[in-house]
Design a protein around this ligand. Structure first.
Ligand code: AMP
Length: 456
């Protein structure tokens, strides 16, 4: 099936073919005609399915039909996204697919100066892509008028709820014309009961679209655990990258502090490395990502939240330098590799403190991950497990409304736990009795629900 049969205009078909797309993806096949008919849509689709073009192409066409080029330009389409990176990506897609149409778009998110955004909004935009926090800042300053919005898109709605944006979403909805006179599109990777509630409030007799899940990460990606003592993880990582000649590696740590420290150490080992997390300015994050994609930066060290929404295609290697406190984050992390049908490799360096986290992950995956002890890195069985605490001492909590690059509305899901773990890296406790399995003294992982970025 080709794109020609979907009812898209010549300008859009041209942009699509310039992108090199020959066939619509399943979500595009289903969503594009429904959206063109003016229906509300509730779509279950993950990143990587082509969902962005699935809503961007038809909404561009709908706007093009009654172009209002000469008069004042009110915002007619509003796309809300959970993260800055996703907002930037959607904004890029709008520009790319709309390049042959006389429409204007803007992207607004926090962590960057507000004035250039105000200036752009003042000149008038048809399509606005925004994270909720910064959008509300604009609304508060009356630098954006949402009273003429014809189409609302909630992209990655499950993530938005996950990140505690429900109140902001409600506030934004109150600024829009009534549901009934608007077309509403909701995209989400999961349909939890919260998503269904939101959809019930928002959508009018929606067309329900579900595309087959891609093969799960567990099926697509080669996964391995390398047991190792905590204080030898950095050495092992440098060794793996060097000896296996990995050229592009995404490495996850639990905390910003841990990410910074590891990046500095890898640099000292002679590996070109950058860290990407919420305390970095938006400019620094964008530069790091661009350098990584271009191959100038060999290792990108990221926290879970900073990595959300990053579209790094066909990444060959993902390393869990520290396991995440929340098992679902493991799946998101390793989903960065093996994209676009390519095989990928996900390696986890697991110390004795993390045995319980590993068991939780394996329970979620419903399978064991193969364990391979690398020669020379056998864990010392006399080292006892130390608790991984979910501390509250300010490493990410209460950051909301922070200045440049603040990671979000409130918090970092893992809290200071990993920072603490990092700081204690390598310390051998003397005189503890040997423990046979796991970290039996480890507190269960807790999840702070209001984690996130993409705020102001
Ligand atoms: P998304 O799920 O929207 O994040 O898209 C995932 C990737 O698929 C992006 O890099 C798109 O450029 C790409 N893509 C979208 N539609 C198509 C298509 N019809 N054919 C090939 N690639 C596509």
């Amino acid at each position: 099936m080709s794109f020609d049969t979907l009812g898209l205009s010549a300008e859009l078909l041209r942009a699509v073919s310039e992108q090199g797309y020959t066939e619509p993806t399943p979500i595009q096949r289903k969503a594009i005609p429904s959206i063109l008919e003016g229906k509300d849509v509730m779509a279950r689709a993950q990143t990587g399915t082509g969902k962005t073009a699935g809503f961007t192409l038809p909404l561009l066409q709908l706007l093009g039909r009654h172009s209002n080029v000469k008069g004042r330009r009110p915002v007619r389409v509003l796309v809300l996204t959970p993260t800055r990176e996703l907002a930037a990506q959607v904004g890029d897609s709008v520009e790319t697919y709309g390049r042959h149409l006389p429409l204007r778009s803007a992207v607004v998110f926090g962590g960057v100066k507000i004035n250039p955004q105000i200036e752009k909004l003042r000149r008038g935009v048809d399509i606005l892509v925004a994270t909720p926090g910064r959008l509300l800042d604009h609304a508060g300053q009356k630098t954006v008028d949402l009273s003429q919005v014809e189409i609302l898109v909630l992209d990655e709605a499950d993530r938005m709820l996950d990140m505690g944006f429900i109140h902001d979403i409600r506030k934004v909805l109150a600024l829009l014309p009534k549901n009934e006179v608007r077309q509403n599109l909701l995209f989400s990777a999961t349909f939890s009961s919260e998503i269904k509630q939101l959809a019930h409030r928002l959508l009018n007799r929606p067309e329900l679209i579900e595309v087959a899940r891609r093969n799960t990460a567990a099926e697509r990606i080669e996964q391995r655990v390398h047991p190792v003592d905590k204080h030898r993880k950095r050495e092992m990582l440098s060794h793996m990258i060097g000896s296996r000649d990995w050229r592009q590696v995404l490495v996850f740590t639990r905390t910003k502090h841990g990410a910074n420290r590891l990046a500095q150490q890898l640099e000292k080992d002679g590996l070109k490395t950058a860290a990407i997390h919420g305390n970095k300015s938006q400019g620094a994050r964008t530069r790091a990502l661009a350098g990584f994609k271009a191959g100038d930066i060999r290792v990108l060290v990221a926290t879970d939240i900073a990595a959300r929404g990053l579209d790094i295609n066909q990444l060959p290697h993902v390393v869990n330098y520290e396991l995440p406190n929340v098992p679902e984050d493991y799946v998101h992390r390793i989903g960065r590799t093996g994209r676009a049908g390519k095989e990928g490799e996900a390696v986890s360096l697991v110390c004795v403190d993390e045995h319980k986290l590993l068991r939780d992950i394996e329970r979620l995956l419903k399978r064991d991950i193969p364990k391979v002890v690398l020669p020379g890195y056998d864990p010392d069985p006399s080292i006892p497990a130390e608790p991984i605490q979910n501390g509250r001492n300010g490493n990410g909590r209460h950051q909301h409304r922070k200045g440049a690059g603040g990671q979000g509305r409130s918090s970092n899901r893992s809290g200071a736990a990993g920072a603490k773990a990092e700081r204690s890296g390598g310390r051998r406790s003397q005189g503890h009795p040997q423990q046979k399995s796991g970290n039996t003294r480890t507190k269960p992982p807790q999840r702070n629900s209001r984690s996130g970025q993409g705020g102001r």
